[in-house]
Design a protein. Structure first.
Length: 450
C-alpha cells in the first residue's frame, strides 16, 4: 500500500484521516521521532531473535499480546504509563467506524468444470453447485475467502508458491457419491491423507465395507460417513469409525450412532450414575422428535351419514345394513292357534328380503301380517316367494317342534292328504257328453281351526 495508490485513498476515506507531508530523511526525523523510536524499540525487544509461529494468524496473536504488555510500561521518566496517557487522549479522538476496513484484494474468477477457481496462478476448490458461475474472491496475506454474492461458501489457506493446487475433499462428496468409482484415485483424497483428515481408521473401515458390500456400495457407504463430518466433530467421527469397525457395523448409520454416543458421554459429568447402554438409531430419532400438539382424531363427523339415529332407551332391532329398526316380534302367549302363529311369524320380516327391497326402493317396506297370511293361504310352498317361506319357517320355530303344516293357514293344514300328495278337493270327473275328462279344483269355503 503506497500513499499515492487507490487502496491508501480508500483507507484514508474510511477512517477519516487527513494526510500531512513531512520532510523526508534525516532532516524530517525530528518531526516524528517518538513514533519512529517506539517502532524500533518494539522490533528490537520482540522480533529479535525472529519468533517462530506455525501461521501468520498465530504470529499476529503474539504481536497483540506484546502490545498489551507494552501498554503497562513507562517511557523514560514519565510519571504515567502508556495506557494512562491513552485514556486521557481517548475523548479527543474520533470514534472508529462500525464496519471494519477490508484490506484484501478483490478477484472475480469463474468456476470451471472441475469445480475450481484460479487466483494468482494457483487453483482452489469450491462447491460443485457453483460450476459455471462467477464468484467473488477476497485475497488476504494468509488466506482467501470465496463469496457467492454475499454468502461465504469457502475459506482456503493461501498458497505461497506458483502453480499450486489446494483441493478440499468435502467439496467433491456430492459428485463422488453419484460416481464412487472416481473416489480411490481422486487428488483431493491424497491431499486429505497428507493433511491428516483421512486417517487409517477411514482406510480400515473402507476396506471392511468393500469386502462386505462390494466396491461400489462400500465406497458409497464411506462417502456417506465423510458427509457426517459436516455435522459432527472430526475426533468424534474418527472414534465412531473405530467403534463401528470393532463391532462389525459397516453402515453410515452405525457410525453416526457411535459418534453421537461418544459426544453425549463427553457432555455428561464424569461421575454420572448408570451404565452405558446401546440405543438403536430409529429409537434415538423417535425420542428426539418434537412434541405433537395436534388434537386426537374424532369420528363424530361421520354420524351425519346416518339416516336416522337410534332412539335412546329403545329396544327395537336394526337390520344388518343400517336404516330404520325392525319391529319386535309378537311372541304368542296362551293356547297356540293358527291365527296367533301367523301373526307372530308375520311380525318377523325376512332379513334378506328386507335388505334387498330397502336398497332398491330406498325406503323401508311395510309388512302386513294379514296380507301375508291371506296372500299365501292357498299357495304351495314351492310357488310362494322367499319372504313367505321364511315366514312359515319362523312360525314353526316359534311353536318349538310343531310340524310344518302348523304354520300354514287353517284351510290347507286341516285338509287330509291323499297318497299322491294332492288334496281331495282336486277330483277328476268325466263328461259323458264331451267324451273327455275334466279336472276341477274345489276350494273350501271356510277354514277350520287347528
Amino acid at each position: 500500500m503506497t500513499w499515492r495508490g487507490p487502496t491508501y485513498r480508500i483507507f484514508r476515506s474510511h477512517f477519516g484521516i487527513e494526510s500531512v507531508y513531512c520532510r523526508p530523511g534525516i532532516e524530517g526525523a525530528h518531526e516524528k521521532g517518538g513514533v519512529e523510536g517506539q517502532i524500533g524499540y518494539f522490533r528490537r525487544n520482540h522480533f529479535t531473535p525472529v519468533p517462530e509461529a506455525d501461521s501468520l494468524a498465530e504470529l499476529n496473536e503474539l504481536v497483540d499480546q506484546w502490545d498489551l504488555h507494552d501498554g503497562r510500561r513507562r517511557i523514560g521518566s514519565r510519571p504515567r504509563t502508556i495506557d494512562e496517557y491513552f485514556e486521557v487522549e481517548r475523548p479527543l479522538l474520533m470514534p472508529l467506524p462500525e464496519e471494519p476496513f477490508e484490506t484484501g484484494r478483490l478477484f472475480t474468477p469463474r468456476v470451471d468444470r472441475y469445480s475450481q477457481i484460479s487466483v494468482r496462478t494457483n487453483r482452489y476448490s469450491v462447491p460443485v453447485r457453483l460450476i459455471g458461475k462467477r464468484v467473488r474472491v477476497v485475497l488476504h496475506a494468509s488466506h482467501l475467502v470465496v463469496y457467492d454474492r454475499s454468502v461465504e461458501v469457502a475459506r482456503r489457506e493461501r498458497l505461497i508458491a506458483n502453480g499450486g493446487c489446494r483441493l478440499d475433499l468435502d467439496r467433491y462428496l456430492e459428485a463422488l457419491i453419484r460416481k464412487p468409482g472416481a473416489f480411490p484415485g481422486a487428488t483431493a483424497l491424497e491431499q486429505a491423507r497428507s493433511a491428516g483428515k483421512f486417517t487409517p481408521f477411514h482406510d480400515a473401515w473402507w476396506a471392511a465395507a468393500v469386502k462386505a458390500h462390494g466396491d461400489t456400495a462400500g465406497t458409497r457407504a464411506l462417502i456417506e460417513v465423510l458427509l457426517l463430518a459436516r455435522h459432527l466433530p472430526h475426533e468424534h467421527l474418527v472414534a465412531g469409525l473405530a467403534m463401528a469397525l470393532r463391532a462389525g457395523a459397516l453402515t453410515a448409520d452405525a457410525v453416526a450412532l457411535e459418534a453421537r454416543k461418544i459426544a453425549h458421554a463427553e457432555d455428561e459429568p464424569a461421575g454420572a450414575p448408570g451404565a452405558a447402554t446401546g440405543t438403536f438409531l430409529h429409537e434415538w430419532r423417535l425420542a428426539h422428535l418434537p412434541p405433537d400438539t395436534r388434537p386426537l382424531p374424532s369420528v363424530t363427523h361421520y354420524d351425519q351419514l346416518l339416516r336416522r339415529r337410534r332412539a335412546s332407551g329403545s329396544t327395537a332391532r336394526r337390520p344388518p345394513g343400517g336404516g330404520p329398526s325392525w319391529p319386535n316380534p309378537v311372541v304368542p302367549t296362551g293356547r297356540l292357534t293358527q291365527s296367533t302363529v301367523c301373526e307372530a311369524a308375520a311380525s318377523m320380516p325376512d332379513a334378506r328380503s328386507f335388505r334387498a327391497r330397502s336398497s332398491i326402493s330406498g325406503r323401508v317396506p311395510e309388512y302386513c301380517p294379514v296380507k301375508t297370511c291371506s296372500s299365501t293361504a292357498r299357495m304351495p310352498s314351492r310357488h310362494m316367494p322367499s319372504s313367505a317361506r321364511s315366514t312359515r319357517m319362523m312360525a314353526a320355530f316359534l311353536v318349538g317342534g310343531a310340524t310344518r303344516n302348523l304354520a300354514r293357514p287353517c284351510s290347507e293344514s286341516s285338509r287330509p292328504r291323499s297318497s299322491s300328495g294332492r288334496s281331495p278337493s282336486h277330483t277328476t270327473r268325466a263328461n259323458p257328453q264331451a267324451g273327455h275328462v275334466d279336472s276341477t279344483s274345489h276350494r273350501s269355503a271356510s277354514p277350520t281351526s287347528a
